[in-house]
Structures are given as C-alpha cells and as structure tokens.
Design a protein around this ligand. Structure first.
Ligand code: NAP
Length: 278
C-alpha cells in the first residue's frame, strides 16, 4: 500500500481506519475489534480514535483489537479542547494510554481549537513528547489562519498533521489548506472520506465511475481522496466486507475522465471557504 511520511520521517499507509461510534454498544465491541484486526491484516495499520468517542469506549475497542499486536499499529488519538491545557492534557493523555492499554500514542491530536491558548497546548504536547508518552502531536479541524498562528509559536513547527473533513461533498481544503500543508511536508488526514456512508455513496457520478472500474462508490470516494500524495484517509467500518472493500481501494487509480465526472457533480472550490467540520 502507498505510504505517507510525517515530518519526523515515520511513514504510515495512506489508508487507515477510523473508530467513531465504536465502543458505544458493549455487545458490538468484539465485532468492532475484529473489524479493526481485519483492517490491520489488510495493511490499514493506522487506527484513529479519540477520548471523545463513546467516552473512551472506542479507545478500549482499539486496545482489544491490538491485544498482543500493539507494534502492528500506528495509533492516533485526540484530546478534547477543554482538556488541552497545561495540567489537564497530561491527565487526559494518561487516561487514554490506560484505556488503550499501551505506553505510547503514536500521534496525539488536539480535536479542535477551544478556549485554551494554542501556546499552552503546544507546550503541554511538547512535554508529552519529551516524556515519550506520545511520539508526535498534531491538530484537527484547524483552518489555515489557525495553522499559521500555530506555526509561528515556539515549538509549533513540530505539528505533524491536520485532520480535517475531506470527501467530494466537502472539498474546500483544495483551495488553500492542502497546499499550505504540502508546502510544509505535513500530511493531511481526511476524515469522513466515504461521507459517513450516507448520500455520497448513492450519488450518480460516483456510481458511474464505480461501474467503469467494477468497484463500489465507497472505493471511488477513497481513491479520490488518495489521489493527493500527502493525504491519509481514515474510513471507519465495523463490517468485515466493507473493511475488505476499503482496503482494496488503495489499488484503485482514477483517470482524468473519472475525475472530470466527479468534478461536474461536486465542483472544486473557486474561492476560499471556511473549513467545514462535523
Ligand atoms: P466515514 O468513514 O466516511 O463513514 C463511516 C460510515 O460509512 C459507517 O457508517 C460505515 O458503516 C460506512 N462505511 C464504511 N465503509 C463503507 C463501505 N465500503 N461501503 C458502505 N458503507 C461504508 O465517516 P466517519 O466515521 O465520520 O470518519 C472516519 C473517521 O474519521 C472516524 O471514524 C474518526 O476516526 C475520524 N473523524 C474525525 C473527526 C474529527 O473531528 N477529527 C470527525 C469525524 C470523523 P459500517 O461500519 O457498517 O461499514
């Protein structure tokens, strides 16, 4: 599978796995962990989670999936903005580590910007990095102005990624944010890449492209996100067949006709748009 490099040189597969809504129903946890393990076996070794998901339940599912095979995965978790301060960040990280049953988070993100000053978050993230609790840190849902402010702070240049909404229905980042990150060698993590399995997957343009290649609209959406070399897509699936399908999308390359079909249905941004988020 194609890989993407973070600024510190570590590489991850361009296709990872999300976990939002996992861990919410105790009876489903075993199947969710099984789906994540299947994804790992298929090469989707980056797993994205957050303290917010199921109030930590998703991190526990990740721990179950990684039992006995922690080193197979690159674990990304996220801290809530209200926990991103000097004293609360290390405590939140310790809780996540406990739920994940691990000694380090490979990449720890600020989930979105809240009222804690970015400087304070950067200082706290830097301390976690030095202590070895996290291997890298980054952000999520930050628009270009916030990224610029972050980069200007002491230590802010160490930010490894921005995780943002990106799929054909939400492509505003193509106007500015994607290029901003590419210029700095910072990969972008595309969340909700299959539009949360909703209307996007019933869209006619995606269906037409899918028919041409003998694949599914979800696979087209994933290949579409991955056409950028610096993008990592993190579809969530608890369904073994979907996991299989998503992993296979890494081998799909869309041609100019396919991209033009998608552009007609979902035109690229002609001007700056505020960052869309869920
Ligand atoms: P998504 O991955 O676009 O869509 C997930 C939904 O699509 C699930 O209902 C899933 O159902 C379905 N699905 C997945 N693969 C499919 C396939 N091949 N065919 C048909 N349906 C399919 O949306 P998301 O979960 O919002 O985003 C992905 C991950 O990004 C999250 O899980 C989370 O880790 C992260 N995220 C981050 C933020 C943030 O603010 N940083 C926000 C949203 C999401 P099944 O489980 O039944 O397959």
């Amino acid at each position: 599978m194609r890989t993407v490099a973070f600024p510190d040189g570590r590489t991850v597969p361009a296709l990872g796995q999300g976990t939002w809504h996992m861990g919410e129903v105790r009876a489903n946890r075993r199947a969710e962990a099984e789906a994540l393990r299947r994804g790992l076996d298929l090469g989707m070794t980056l797993i994205d989670t957050a303290e917010m998901y199921a109030d930590g339940g998703a991190e526990e599912v990740v721990a179950e999936a990684l039992a006995g095979r922690r080193d197979d995965a690159f674990v990304v978790s996220k801290v809530l903005p209200q926990n991103a301060g000097r004293t609360r960040l290390p405590a939140a990280c310790a809780r996540s580590l406990r739920r994940l049953r691990t000694d380090r988070i490979d990449l720890y993100l600020l989930h979105w910007r809240g009222s804690v000053p970015l400087e304070e978050t950067v200082a706290a993230m830097t301390a976690l990095l030095r202590a070895g609790h996290v291997r890298a840190w980054g952000v999520s849902n930050l628009d270009v102005a916030d990224l610029t402010a972050l980069a200007a702070l002491a230590g802010g240049g160490a930010c490894a990624t921005d995780q943002v909404l990106y799929n054909p229905q939400a492509r505003g980042i193509e106007f500015d944010l994607l290029a901003w990150c590419a210029l700095r060698g910072m990969p972008v993590m595309a969340y909700s890449p299959v539009g949360q399995g909703g209307r996007l997957l019933r869209d006619r343009a995606l269906a037409a492209v899918a028919r041409r290649h003998g694949v599914t609209p979800a696979q087209v959406a994933l290949a579409w996100a991955l056409r950028h070399p610096g993008v990592i897509a993190i579809p969530k699936s608890s369904d073994l067949a979907h996991v299989q399908e998503n992993a296979a999308a890494a081998a799909l390359t869309l041609d100019a006709d396919d991209l033009a079909t998608i552009d007609r249905a979902f035109p690229p941004p002609a001007h700056r748009q505020p960052l869309a988020m869920l």
